[in-house]
Design a protein around this ligand. Structure first.
Ligand code: PRP
Length: 210
């Protein structure tokens, strides 16, 4: 009998888009689309079990082997460096990690730059590579507020449409890295369920090219 693949999907719009891809790739589980508070769904005929997981927790489930596969944004991978295999760029959830600041902001190299971010490691690495001294202020959300209240000079954050920046009088100063959703696998599962994992990855890859 084939091994069941346990897949952690990020709860929300991205997860729904990923499920659509999985459905087309032959891993359907229609019950998952019914509005409910249920978190685990399976279709044993197709050899899959899906979990709805908070997006920022997906890599934890995969790294520790509670899920064989998962879908996470590249931002999470760069920030947390989980010990997993990255299998595929799903080319969904595309956005960028950028530095943004108020329209009138000009850098003053004579003092440490105050940087607010949900991504302190990405921000620290970016400025370290340029030898720029920074004071990192870690926040959990609505980071755009920080420069408006003079908590920080700039922010390092995700920019998708740019609407949040514009509506708060901010502009992109420079882009750090492009972001998109990635299919990741648990390292042990990658070896023990290699056939099943490769079959699913190949089917998903076809869906991207189509
Ligand atoms: C993300 C990000 C920006 C916004 C960018 O925030 O941190 O705030 O989306 O999108 P836009 O360029 O299309 O306006 P999220 O919605 O995850 O909420 P948060 O700020 O509370 O983290």
């Amino acid at each position: 009998m084939n091994n069941i693949l346990r897949v952690a999907l990020p709860k929300g719009r991205l997860g729904e888009q990923v499920y659509e891809r999985l459905d087309k790739a032959g891993y359907s589980c229609p019950e998952i689309l019914e509005q409910s508070r249920k978190l685990v769904f399976e279709n044993l005929d197709k050899g899959v079990r899906y979990f709805w997981v908070k997006p920022s927790d997906v890599a934890v489930y995969v790294e520790r082997g509670a899920a064989d596969l998962g879908v996470v944004g590249r931002d999470t991978l760069l920030e947390n460096s989980p010990d997993i295999y990255e299998l595929l760029d799903l080319k969904l959830g595309k956005c960028r990690m950028s530095v943004a600041a108020p329209e009138a902001w000009r850098d003053d190299a004579s003092r440490a730059l105050r940087v607010a971010s949900k991504y302190p490691r990405i921000a620290a690495r970016f400025y370290e590579a340029r030898g720029r001294d920074i004071d990192i202020i870690t926040l959990n959300g609505s980071v755009e507020l920080a420069p408006l209240l003079d908590l920080s000079d700039v922010i390092v954050d995700i920019v998708e449409t740019g609407k949040t920046l514009v509506e708060n009088g901010l502009r992109v100063v420079e882009d750090i890295v492009p972001i998109s959703a990635r299919l990741i696998a648990n390292r042990a599962a990658y070896h023990f369920k290699h056939g099943e994992l490769e079959t699913m990855t190949a089917a998903l890859r076809k869906g991207i090219d189509a």
